[in-house]
Write a protein that binds this ligand. Sequence first.
Ligand code: NAD
Length: 288
Amino acid sequence: MSALPTTAVIGVIGAGAMGAGIAQVAAQAGHSVVLHDNQPGAASAGIDNIRRQLEKRVAKGKMRQEEVDGIVARLQPADAIDALADSRLIIEAIVENLEVKRQVFAQLEALCSPDTLLASNTSSLSITSIAANLERPERLAGLHFFNPAPVMKLVEVVSGLATTIETAETLYATATAWGKVAVHASSTPGFIVNRVARPFYAEGLRLLQEGASDAATLDALLRQAGGFRMGPFELMDLIGHDVNYAVTRSVFDAYYGDTRFEPSLVQQALVEAGRLGRKSGQGFFDYR
Ligand code: NAD
């Protein structure tokens, strides 16, 4: 299957860390992108943030201002979901909650043409479940980008039980055309990377709880001696503890409470305190 042509309009739902990043990737690849968020003004704020990030690259001589202007001109903010009606592919990047995602896709199915492709950026939820109540579940797949989406190369193309080969192949080819390294996966809890990454966070949290060392030291050790790009604590702060805790719970529940995936009370406390990491200014570390 070939990639979607650059004339295809891409819709993105959720203008948070991931949605804004995915919208940027699609616009950089030449598509017109409609970015929708249900919080009034959030989509515009997301696009303003993209411009600011890109202009930093201009200041460093890594990009031309005309390129930035072209990318931003292809990004259209929308507070109403109806603006996604003409999209050829819609990528959902909202809260990690099965029921909310199902409701959004049901709304989209009523809104879009029958051949619009639907994709979820879920980190862990079952693609089979997300699609289960749709009239045409065969056109939905996972399209799992990593954070930050414009930088990270890998994209998991996740097939649920109903996803057709055509849907998965078109998304694979499209992600590849967008400069990503795509991989096919079937819908198992956490897919490939988040399944393997859970113990990385869990063991870090256990070491912290057992008093082995403090978060900054553990991060530095794993970065410098362990060869990891980031330590578990700074990485969780980047992901957002609300998102990471929801993903941990989802993988834990999906494996019937397998203790390897057990959520940590430290994570829970951070979420309860609103210390969500970089996005709230405080997590394991202080960003204020
Ligand atoms: P985020 O909290 O930064 O952003 C979510 C955005 O979705 C918010 O702006 C919110 O207003 C909006 N939203 C919520 N419900 C909505 C609805 N019903 N309709 C429209 N907009 C809605 O979250 P994020 O970190 O960008 O994560 C989004 C998704 O991407 C989750 O499924 C998450 O698991 C997945 N993901 C996250 C990461 C990460 O590192 N943060 C990485 C890969 C995948």
